[in-house]
Design a protein around this ligand. Structure first.
Ligand SMILES: [Zn+2]
Length: 183
């Protein structure tokens, strides 16, 4: 349809920085969020990894409030909300902002399964730093610790017996090619 090639923008999450693996993206655009950089304490080895990437051109940006809200809603539906830190959500939200630009293609670099899962739902590409991206995504639900009933909704307490609930994996679905780098 549109012959113009989109420029790829890599959004780098905490797990990618902490992996300690060299990220060689051949002059590609690299961005992370201020929430991610705030997680890394100045002076530590992890912070040095961040500084190294910044010297290589890593920019720091903040996502829009609207995208943060959308990520919260969707991750609540998938059951990933409890597993996502503020920084994780900011990475997904920034990817959503970048995807809204027709000239750009957002690719999240992450080893975090919950980020990958939500990215997949949003049709945002991701690549795993450890090169072992998931091929199946988890379908989460909540199980009541009292009566054992499962709920699709992210309920903290059971509406039937009032007991606490916990996250469980209720199934797996194939991801296929979508969300993977298939160049
Ligand atoms: Zn119950």
């Amino acid at each position: 349809m549109n012959p113009k090639k989109k420029s790829r923008v890599f959004i780098i999450d905490t797990s990618a920085i902490l992996s300690g693996k060299p990220i060689n993206l051949d002059n590609a655009i690299m961005i992370t969020t201020s929430s991610v950089s705030d997680e890394l304490k100045p002076g530590g080895r992890d912070y040095q990894a961040l500084q190294f990437l910044m010297e290589k051109g890593l920019a720091i940006n903040s996502p829009s409030k609207g995208s943060i809200d959308k990520i919260k809603t969707i991750s609540n539906e998938t059951g990933d909300l409890d597993r996502l830190s503020e920084a994780d959500m900011s990475v997904l939200a920034l990817a959503l902002d970048i995807s809204a630009d027709d000239d750009k293609e957002a690719v999240i670099l992450t080893d975090d399964y919950s980020i990958q899962n939500v990215a997949h739902i949003l049709n945002i590409k991701f690549e795993s730093i450890s090169q072992r991206g998931i091929t199946k995504r988890f379908i989460w639900s909540r199980r009541c610790l009292g009566c054992g009933k499962n709920f699709k909704e992210n309920l903290k307490t059971c509406p039937i017996c009032g007991s606490a609930t916990k996250n469980i994996v209720s199934g797996r679905a194939n991801i296929g090619k979508r969300g993977r780098d298939d160049k």
